[in-house]
Design a protein around this ligand. Structure first.
Ligand code: F6P
Length: 554
């Protein structure tokens, strides 16, 4: 029987118990000492694949830890789970669906059947449609109502219909095609719409309404606002089809909105929103960087898919990163994980991985609905370095929490300015080094004495200067950001998240938790606008409704 139908209580497995015992034995493990004792530590705890280099030697692990973690992966049936994922088995049990984002990056000619139907021809048909549309726009053949070519594309979408495309199109800006600018409109906040629309001309703007469900409040409201704006700027209903296209699995709703059927790019229910940038949801990416580069992105992700399926777990990047996350989350009490890109173009990766990880693994019950008795997904946060060093890294270095971090950095900058890139790279490395080395009391005291400080002053200041160190991090180095390598990087994190869900026995592909807020939002809206007079379920919410009603004008 497939693993997801027999969810395990991972805490009862022998490997789990062995890891608990090992954790106790590792209480006094010192990374400093481990590096001094083993000159091969860097080589032994690093690997390279798909254009990415991973150094995971700055972790609270030794060879035995790795063996035990790999043992855990074996005991939960990870290999079988990986096969199930790629074969299109129903891994999303609560919604009765497979999770087949990996199919979107399979090459032409591959076969994959879902319910007896080979889905690959459809996947490539849509990719061809994307190619055709992008070609027409880039060649100036797709024209707006005044016969001028399109200069600006606005992706109206939120969550997975926004974060992935935004990450990739901005990360690959050096590959941008001339002539078309891409913008993103996500939130139901008039200010966002106002600021963006002020930069646009309706006659040369194409809106992509990007929504798998075509039922997302923010997206529908923004689409309506965009349509009203387009009409107010001089566009006509009759020519609306030249300015609005859609990506959705809900064709009927997109047609009802006024989008022509031939301008609706399909999606499938076997692609989750946060895994959808590889589908036609990636249209703004293809428009930004061209279809050839978009295909390179897919191909890079495919190489990571192969690595994930074939590499032994000890040399498998997503598996190792996932197991390290389990090690810290379940055995060291870590509640958070930082993603720290040292690259301007990659600055949005934290946001994308935040949705990917937290919406996937922010779960408390297993696939069969039984509650878990251990922690699951961590809080994913972070941001671009060096900026974070002057803001929140302080807590990473001296705070009371253990927060493992992933540093991501390219070797080559697209825009060398003097020696900035050497400094950027140096800072990235020195942060992980500082987290690992820390500063002992003796070192702090010596440093202060060397400055000629009086002994009383040394003793007063030394405790503040001590940095505990021994704080874990991974460093992912990319020689130079390219569509291929970025594809591999993002796919790697998708697989990392999947592996953790397998270990915990949870469903990484549903997101029921977001529904309650949406439901309650309707009642709150009705109370704000006078549609319902009966009070809200609780006094706090009602009080805040009253506050708004008493002050809101217009
Ligand atoms: O509300 C959460 C969510 O469903 C995400 O999972 C999804 O990525 C986002 O909303 C957008 O959904 P859609 O593409 O259907 O508009």
């Amino acid at each position: 029987m497939a693993y997801y139908r027999t969810p395990h209580d991972v805490t009862t497995l022998p490997a789990w118990h062995a890891l608990q015992q090992h954790r106790d034995a590792m209480q006094d493990f010192s990374m400093r000492e481990a590096f001094s004792a083993n000159p091969q530590r860097f080589e032994q705890f690093s690997l390279s694949s798909c254009g990415l280099f991973l150094d995971y030697s700055k972790n609270l692990i030794d060879h035995h830890t790795r063996d035990l973690l790999v043992g855990l992966a074996n005991e939960v049936g990870l290999q079988e789970a990986i096969k199930s994922l790629f074969a299109g088995e129903i891994l999303n049990a609560s919604e009765g669906r497979p999770a087949l984002h990996t199919a979107l990056r399979r090459p032409v000619g591959d076969k994959l059947s879902v319910n007896g139907v080979n889905i690959m021809p459809d996947v490539h048909k849509v990719l061809n449609q994307v190619t055709e549309l992008v070609g027409r726009i880039h060649d100036g053949l797709w024209r707006g109502y005044s016969e001028k070519p399109i200069t600006d594309v606005v992706n109206i979408g939120i969550g997975g219909s926004f974060l992935g495309p935004e990450l990739v199109s901005e990360a690959l800006l050096p590959y941008a095609q001339r002539g078309v600018r891409c913008h993103y409109l996500a939130n139901i906040d008039g200010s966002e719409f106002h600021e963006l629309s002020a930069k646009l001309r309706a006659e040369t703007t194409l809106f992509i309404v990007s929504s798998k469900s075509f039922n997302t409040l923010e997206t529908l409201k923004n689409a309506q606002a965009a349509r009203a704006w387009y009409l107010a700027q001089g566009g006509s209903e009759a020519e609306l089809y030249k300015h609005f296209i859609a990506v959705s699995s809900n064709k009927a709703a997109a047609v009802a909105f006024g989008i022509r059927e031939e301008n609706i790019f399909p999606m499938w229910d076997w692609v989750g929103g946060r895994y959808s940038l590889w589908s036609a949801i990636g249209l703004p990416i293809a428009l930004a960087i061209g279809t050839a580069n978009f295909k390179e992105l897919l191909s890079g992700a495919h190489t990571m898919d192969q690595h994930f399926q074939n590499a032994p777990f000890e040399q498998n990047m997503p598996v190792l990163l996932a197991l390290l996350g389990v090690w810290y989350g379940n055995f060291w009490g870590a509640q958070a994980h930082a993603i720290l890109p040292y690259d301007h173009y990659l600055r949005n990766i934290t946001k994308h991985l935040q949705q990917l990880d937290m919406e996937s693994n922010g779960k408390s019950v297993r696939q069969d609905g039984t509650p878990v008795n251990h922690d699951t997904g961590p809080v994913i946060w972070g941001g671009v370095g060096c900026n974070g060093q002057h803001a929140y890294h302080q807590l990473l270095h001296q705070g009371t929490q253990l927060i493992p971090a992933d540093f991501i950095v390219p070797v080559v900058s697209f825009n060398p300015v003097a020696d900035h890139h050497q400094w950027l790279y140096a800072n990235c490395l020195s942060q992980s080094q500082a987290l690992m080395l820390g500063k002992t009391r003796a070192e702090a005291e010596t440093e202060l004495r060397d400055k000629g400080m009086a002994e009383a002053e040394v003793q007063r200041l030394a405790p503040h200067k001590v940095i505990p160190g021994n704080r874990p991090s991974n460093t992912l180095v990319v020689e130079r950001i390219s569509p291929r390598r970025l594809g591999a990087l993002v796919a790697m994190y998708e697989h990392k998240v999947f592996v953790q869900s397998v270990v915990w026995g949870i469903n990484a592909f549903d997101q029921w938790g977001v529904e309650l807020g949406k439901e309650l939002g309707k009642g709150v809206y009705q109370r704000l606008t006078g549609g319902i007079e009966e009070p809200a379920e609780d006094a706090s919410t009602q009080g805040l409704i009253n506050y708004f009603r008493g002050r809101h004008r217009g």
